[in-house]
Structure formats: C-alpha cells, structure tokens
Design a protein around this ligand. Structure first.
Ligand code: C5P
Length: 303
C-alpha cells in the first residue's frame, strides 16, 4: 500500500457541443467531441483514520467548493471503496485547484476522475478501466471522459465515450471569468429557447472530424461550435464582447467552453496563442495558454 498518491487532473473542453432535447430524466442528449488540455488540478490522497478534504486555490477562488461529503471527489472515493470492498477507506485528500470553479472546464468532474485513479492506486484495488468508467458515469456526465483524456467523442448524456482520430496538437487560449455560471441554469435557458419546438437530434460534424483526423488547425477553427453558447450569452451578455475580442486574427476560432463562462480561442501555434492571451490581458481579462490534447487523469507521484 502506498503512503501518498498524487494524480494530475486535466481540464476538458468541447470542440463541438451538440445538444438535443431534454430526456425523461432531465439530462440532454449530447453529441460532443471532448479534448483534455494542459491546465491541471492535482489530487493527493494519503491514508487517514477518517476522511477529510482540503482544497487549496492556486490563482482560483475555491470558496464555493464544498469540503464535506457532497464534494464529487470525496463521493468518488466513497463509491470506489464501497464497490471494491475496502475496509480502511479513510483518506486525507488535498486538491490543488488551478481549473476555475463553475467555469465550463469540468474541474469538479476531473477531480472526481482523479480521486478514482488516486484511491485505486492507494488501496491497490486494481480496478479495471471498464469498471472505473462505469463508476465515473455514475458520478457525472463528464467524469468518464476525464479518465480517458486526449480527444474523444461523447454521446448519451456525455458519459458514453468513444475514440476519435486526432492527428494534431493544438494551442488554446483560455479566457477566464470572475464569476462562474451554473450548468443547470444554462441548460434551463437552452430549454426555454426551444420550448414548444422539436429539437433536432445532435450530430458531430463531419468537417470537425476531418479536421481532427488530418490535424488541420485552420479547418478545426472554422468547425468549432457549441449549442450552449447562445443560452449562456443570454445569461451573461458581456461574453459576446470577449468572444469578439479574442476571436480577432490571429485567432483561428472562438467558442464558449462547455456551459461557460470560460471562452476558448484556437491559435496556429504557441506564439500566436500568447499574442491573443496578451490582447485579452490588456483588456483586463485573465487568460492563459494551454496545449491539447493531453492524457486523462494520471498518477504523477506515488510514495
Ligand atoms: O452530469 P453532471 O452532474 O455533470 O450534470 C450537471 C447538470 O448539467 C445536470 O444536473 C443537468 O442540469 C445538466 N446536464 C444536462 N444534460 C447533460 C449533462 C448535464 O442537462 N447531458
């Protein structure tokens, strides 16, 4: 048994987020393409008498992150312990957060994926990837992808992850907001906009898949779409100006990340990404540069 395991938990973005009608369970059918990017939280677990969680913000406000048993990462640890029959399942968990909270980057989901990987290593439970994926799906729609990482397709409510060919490597500019947006509120606004209409079954665009298969950054930039962008802009109109500013040349494409409010800009290379980031910073917006794709939640240290 290890005495301490640390797992890197990457942020996720959606290169396309196609949203269909609300299902009977309230979740929406999705056709999405995910990518994990090089912006990480870190989750560390050590054995302890009773379970505790400490969340340390590194440049992000963590005041809204629960540290009790409702925290998704602690729920992930408890779920694995109960399914794997771990008796001494107490852990002292520390999350170093660099991914903005409620930002549309799946920060909570990736911490939960990382907690599964970390506790599996700590307890030596040797859970198969298939079993980890099914535990992840119970925890949240984005959690399975956060285990898998790289670039992948998502269907169902997002939890069914499948392989997508991606020959490229990309540079993203990530523009942050001071205040988060509630994912359920953005989906509720999507429902309001479509009330009384038949919502088409979402489909991943052939153009986006072709751009990824050939690693064609210009083509990818033109194919980026997010069906939650219009509802999020209704709730946060100032995001339109941010998308316009960051989307100017040399940006190859601009879109909202997930349910927002984080905005993303695709650059041809790292130098262009820095230029776009600096334009945003000069306008008073916090922004950073991140490469993608990167692997999903993975052990970085095991003592
Ligand atoms: O699955 P997860 O817990 O991350 O979802 C958070 C919320 O986002 C859900 O409670 C729901 O309001 C909304 N959601 C949705 N359809 C999806 C995924 C999420 O309506 N496919």
């Amino acid at each position: 048994m290890s005495s301490s395991v640390t797992v890197a938990a990457p942020a996720k973005i959606n290169l396309q987020l196609g949203v269909g009608a609300a299902r009977a369970d309230g979740f929406h059918t999705l056709a999405t393409v995910y990518q994990a990017i090089g912006l990480y939280d870190e989750v560390t677990v050590t054995p302890a008498e009773s379970t505790t969680l400490t969340v340390v913000g590194e440049g992000v406000d963590v005041s809204d992150v629960p540290t009790d048993s409702t925290n998704l990462a602690l729920r992930a640890a408890a779920l694995l312990a109960s399914r794997a029959g771990v008796d001494d399942a107490g852990v002292s968990m520390t999350i170093h957060k660099r991914i903005p909270v409620a930002g549309g980057l799946a920060g909570g989901s990736t911490d939960a994926a990382a907690a599964l990987v970390a506790c599996d290593a700590l307890w030596g439970t040797r859970t198969s990837q298939q079993d980890l994926l099914s535990l992840a799906a119970e925890l949240g729609s984005d959690v399975p992808f956060c285990l898998v990482g790289h670039t992948a397709g998502g269907s169902g409510r997002g939890e069914l992850v499948h392989a997508v060919e991606d020959a490229g490597s990309y540079w993203w500019v990530v523009a942050l907001s001071d205040r988060g947006l509630s994912t359920p509120a953005v989906y509720a606004e999507f429902d309001r906009r479509h009330a009384g209409t038949q919502v088409a079954e979402p489909e991943v665009s052939a153009d986006l898949l072709a751009a990824l298969a050939t690693g064609d950054t210009v083509r990818l930039g033109a194919a980026l779409t997010n069906d939650l962008e219009a509802p999020a802009l209704t709730l946060r109109p100032a995001l339109a100006d941010l998308l316009e500013l960051g989307g100017r040349p040399p940006s190859l494409g601009a879109l909202l990340s997930g349910s927002g409010p984080t905005c993303l800009f695709l650059a041809a290379d790292e130098g262009d990404a820095r230029k776009i980031r600096d334009v945003l910073r000069a306008a008073g917006t916090a922004a950073l540069v991140a490469p993608g794709p990167v692997p999903g939640a993975h052990v970085v240290s095991s003592l």
